[in-house]
Design a protein around this ligand. Structure first.
Ligand code: 5GP
Length: 186
């Protein structure tokens, strides 16, 4: 059986990666499986353990790094996030195309380990619109919002590391473009 593709959806915090992803993840033609990340961030209302993330403490995360359990990991605004390697490999070996939704530092690590990965960078229509989206979430204190905003500016500079750039003006259209990109690579 042909090994599944590794697809990385990345871009600055608040750009709407999750919203774009929802537009195409259910497309059965794409044969996608979402990779659930491990994080030390606290659970937001409505998030489900094992669906959105595996919520762990710092000790467990450090152990995962130590044991080589993670394909990639990064610190993002004071918390750690990482992709469990075993699950990604298990799904790809079953022929599934595995989709990661991760930040830019993690994507760099994935590119080094898996040069064949299909990397898609989602950009906002403008930085003003990005700020509006980050503030619109209303779940975080001002200090975190500020850190996410300044991080987003640095993240935008890494655009050159990606194979495909998709603007999220309209999530439905951005999702259709991502879907087309994946189909072209299948
Ligand atoms: P949030 O706290 O908003 O859920 O996620 C913060 C950032 O971490 C987002 O940019 C998200 O894409 C990223 N992220 C989520 N999971 C992972 C992961 O496993 N690895 C890395 N490197 N980033 C992740």
């Amino acid at each position: 059986m042909k090994k599944g593709l590794l697809i990385v959806l990345s871009g600055p915090s608040g750009v709407g990666k999750g919203t774009v992803l929802k537009e195409f993840i259910q497309d059965s033609e794409l044969n996608l499986s979402y990779s659930v990340s491990m994080t030390t961030r606290s659970q937001r209302p409505g998030e489900i353990e094992g669906v959105n993330y595996y919520f762990v403490d710092r000790e467990r995360f450090a152990q995962a790094i130590e044991n080589g359990e993670l394909l990639e990991y990064a610190e993002f605004v004071g918390n750690f996030y990482g992709t469990p390697l075993k699950e990604v490999e298990r799904l790809r070996n079953q022929g599934k195309n595995v989709l990661l939704e991760i930040e830019v530092e993690g994507c760099k690590q994935v590119c080094e380990k898996c040069p064949d990965a299909i990397t898609i960078f989602i950009v906002p229509p403008s930085m003003e619109e990005l700020e509006r989206r980050i503030r619109g979430r209303k779940t975080e204190p001002e200090e975190i919002v500020q850190r996410r905003l300044s991080k987003a500016e640095k993240e935008m500079n890494l655009i050159g590391n990606y194979k495909y750039i998709v603007c999220n003006e309209d999530p439905k259209l951005a999702g259709e473009i991502c879907s087309l990109v994946i189909k072209r690579n299948m």
